[in-house]
Design a protein around this ligand. Structure first.
Ligand SMILES: [Zn+2]
Length: 140
């Protein structure tokens, strides 16, 4: 399916890895930027509804969860230190504040992280994705 030639219409191929990554973060196809990557929350479509990019080669696996946990841990570490040093909270009180916050942050990040991982795999032609890029733009 990915052998279908891609016509560069209103949304041409991304000019940079950053652009492809931004499309993936928004849950859009990294190639055209129009079609939705996901048919359910974390379930990618088989193909982009807009440009027919075959999305079955993606192998995000656990990487989006690692990213979400890594980012959440780094964002919450100062909060935990602040709560521990400036407030006399019990362990149960700390857990009551931190656990729901951590779960919400991780759930919020999972889909964008998965979209970004799929975009990274597509950009680099990994796992059966065909590597297709616009003409390389000279970096400033
Ligand atoms: Zn597409």
């Amino acid at each position: 399916m990915s052998d279908t030639p891609f016509s560069s219409g209103t949304n041409p191929l991304p000019q940079s890895f950053r652009s492809a990554l931004a499309r993936g973060l928004r849950g859009h196809c990294p190639r055209c930027g129009e079609g939705s990557l996901f048919r359910k929350w974390l379930k990618p479509r088989d193909a982009c509804p807009s440009c027919a990019l075959d999305l079955r080669p993606q192998q995000a696996d656990d990487f989006p969860a690692y990213i979400a946990i890594f980012v959440t841990g780094h964002l919450l570490a100062p909060v935990i230190i602040l709560l521990a040093l400036d407030f006399a909270l019990t362990t149960l009180q700390m857990a009551a504040i931190i656990m729901p916050l951590a779960i919400a942050m991780i759930l919020f990040q999972l889909q964008p992280a998965k979209g970004a991982v799929i975009a990274m795999q597509w950009w680099n032609g990994m796992h059966g994705f065909k590597r297709e890029r616009a003409d390389e733009v000279a970096s400033p």
